[in-house]
Design a binder for this molecule. Sequence first.
Ligand code: MTE
Ligand code: CO
Length: 429
Amino acid sequence: MRDQDEAQEKRTSRRAFLRAGLATGGAVLGGGALAAPQAAGNPKNQPPHVADWSRTLGDGVAVRAYGKPSKHEANVIRRDVQWLTAARESSVSFTPIHELDGIITPNGVCFERHHAGIAEIAPADYRLIVHGLVDKPLVFTLDDLKRMPRVNRAYFCECAANSGMEWRGAQLNGAQYTHGMVHCVMYTGVPLRVLLQEAGLKPNAKWLLLEGGDAAAMTRSLPLQKALDDALVAYRMNGEMLYPENGYPARIVLPGWEANMWVKWLRRIEVGDQPWHQREETSKYTDLLENGKARRFTYVMDAKSVITGPSPQAPLNHKSGFTVLSGLAWSGRGKIARVDVSLDGGRNWRTARLDGPVWDKALTRFYYEFDWDGRELLLQSRAMDESGYVQPTKNALRKIRGVNSIYHNNGIQTWHVHKSGEVENVEVS
Ligand code: MTE
Ligand code: CO
């Protein structure tokens, strides 16, 4: 029944799209009466006229030695929320996920989170020390790392505090702010396992301490099993060397695990037989429950999704008709198996279309095309991963976790689309 409904809906959408296409076609010929306001532009640059940019020579090669987006895309930037933190050196800026598509985050707009500002490290000065319960302590230079076996993998990196401001109710108006502490880039690096094999592990080795070279000297304990499984010491993102804000020249990549552990400006790895109980795994990055107890070492990021458009910063600027809904889904437990979308606050669900690669522990893009009748909508998306886990509602999450937490909020997000096309962050009960 559901499949039939969907097939029917797809046909309707297709027809609606064709209708819309014809209408626009007619409008252009008839003088643009139906053109959307933002598409109006300057008629002198539009057919049948020869546009300004066709009359003069443009910049030559290498004038733009390092390319930048068009000046018309000045909105596609990281943003911070100033009241969230006292100082920019210990703060966060969010990925403009509402302005992006596909699954790869461009390097210049990956969210950044630092506890003591960006460490500026000269590559020649960079050293990575591996010591503790090893046969021979080692010091690696950046060139040493680059001469070791190399892999390329795309992974999402999500701060455990992503959506952390939404525990007590809808608060921030924009997918960038509610869900933008996530990015997904193609890392190039050395499997951490290779470095550890080089140093030789003592039989009682069970945990690693990862330490950053920034002024915060960020330190986290890592179970050896993860280090031997899929952890990387990465020095490139999307082909380029890591950007300073993301840990230049080297950081740890822990696929599917909370980003706080992805130590940037990595300077030291100590091998031990038990966890160190550092600040970032006791006072912070633990999840306080209703009964006053706190969950600790909650490493994995559970399946989550968000509709990036329409969303508060990406409203609808047509009044009805063919509409493309787009969003992101991810899971720290593997691949995304399915994403469902609701237009009515979770009463009815339809299966979204996954498009582009569906990679293990990477962002996955979904779309849902529909014919908008111009009425109000309550948009939701619900991710399922290959382990069978289903993204919970915010209320289901609160029943178990209470509202004291900051971290690991993967509840279903609701966007209220008004008739005007404006979109608002809301909750449905
Ligand atoms: N590593 C160091 N050395 N110092 C830091 O402040 N912040 C952590 C982690 N690694 C941090 C760090 C946190 S809380 C997050 S969410 C991620 O880095 C953010 O990575 P990004 O800045 O590349 O997005
Ligand atoms: Co973080």
